[in-house]
Design a binder for this molecule. Sequence first.
Ligand SMILES: [Zn+2]
Length: 565
Amino acid sequence: MRSSRLFAPTLREVPSDVEMTSHALLLRAGFIRQMGAGVYEFLPLGWRVLNKVSDIIRDEMDKSGAQELLLSAIQPEELWAESGREGPMSDVLIGFQDRRGTKYYLGPTHEEIITDLVRKNVRSYRDLPLNLYQIQMKYRDEPRPRGGLVRCREFLMKDAYSFDRDEAALDTVYNRMYEAYVNVFKRCGMDITAVDASGGAIGGKETKEFMLLTDAGEDSVLMCPKCGYAANQEIADFRLVDASTGDEKKQMARVDTPGAHTVDEVCGFLKAKPNQLIKTLILMADDKPVAALVRGDRDLNEGRFRVLLGASKLEMATPEQIAACTGGPIGFSGPVGLKVPLYADEETLGMVNFIVGANEGDAHLVDVNWCDVAGKVTSARLRFAVSGDLCEKCDEPFEEKRGMEMGHIFKLKYAISEPLNAVYTDEDGSEKLIIMGCYGIGVSRIVAGVAEVSNDDNGLIWPVSIAPYQVQLICANVTDETQLALAERVYETLVQAGVEVLYDDRNDRAGVKFKDADLIGTPIQVVVGKLAAEGKAEIRTRVDKTAEPVAEADILANVQARVGG
Ligand SMILES: [Zn+2]
């Protein structure tokens, strides 16, 4: 491809709301353009990278025994009602009606659709196992799209679904997919950490997430430096340390705390530490109020709480709902005298003489003890693990890191096949439920992930395997006939040999071309400049600018060696 013909509009200034490095670089270098909130267009350079990632995934999926197909992005609403996931996923579902009034959703994921296909076509154990995958755009009405390609409303995903007779067969395919994923990320030049994770709204018990560790990630990962245990903060197991002080219990008292809503404000007012306070959070679980009690310096793990309650929907209560069930305004809730089910984080049960809201405006209760909380209290693990909590396996303090999820594998088991009644007839003639697994990779997110961790001040740095072009050929001065003639010959030779070349043939200053080449991040640069007079070009890499003068006859072999390695 000649740069003079390439549609890659570069941007000098990125919009001020662009926060992530990858987002800024992909926009600046002309790989993507934003069409709307969380909706992006892939321009030719971005599309080439996306396709290379897809090809690597396709290759590894095929090798693992999975078969590619393409399902419809338009999904009947009735299947979502049947699986019972319409409610839990209602926040992200994008729906519409056709001219007959039939309701549809744009596919955010395809468990329902593929299970429907399989239940209609699989009869006996002889039809199993099956592992089917597709690479397709997904649609989710993300409330907070972010980071360009990181969290979008339209994104490219590889999703695979396995169908098996029993748990042992599921274990086999799950492990095979794990290996395939490791290979995919390795081939994309990514250093990925597999961590234990939660199934979320998709369901499923055993789950691994493949995390790219980067400060720009939105997930928290807890890692044990001793035994290697790694888990998403949402589900990380930790050992509870007994923090009880043995202090003598005091008499509860009401104190005025005018205008002190937040933990910091209350602590400032009462000269207390956040760990002496218990936050009372009012939530609506399937539209019924519940209270979650966590220490002032902790955060409620809503996912864990939802699972504990067995609720399909859990939301923070509105100020009106809080007033209705506590009698007080938001920020002043407390467990004393509260008439909603109380769930206390296990850590709070050892606390004495703590501070809580008084369920009235501008007031708190101090020196509260559990005997003052008359109602029944259910003890549970409600908070996130954090840095410094102890690994349950070996008592070593966790390290907390930021991660960006690139893929996940779930043992769905019967979470979808049961409500959809996807069954097969076994050897003994009995009818059994099909056991399932699902396996996703964010294809467009990989593009963002690599761009996020592989760059420098000058631009992107692509690994050869997924670079838009393997080689950037630069003719320093196209008005110099010797340089132009050599560059043209090198271009023809490389293209004939199947090397992917972006040839900067523009009549522009050499400095501009070098800048653009670095911004685009093509891994190998061949520069035809002054040495053309001696029949030589200079070959260097995007990272290591040490130029190697190479005679024309040796250029192809030199480039091929670099591409291969
Ligand atoms: Zn450990």
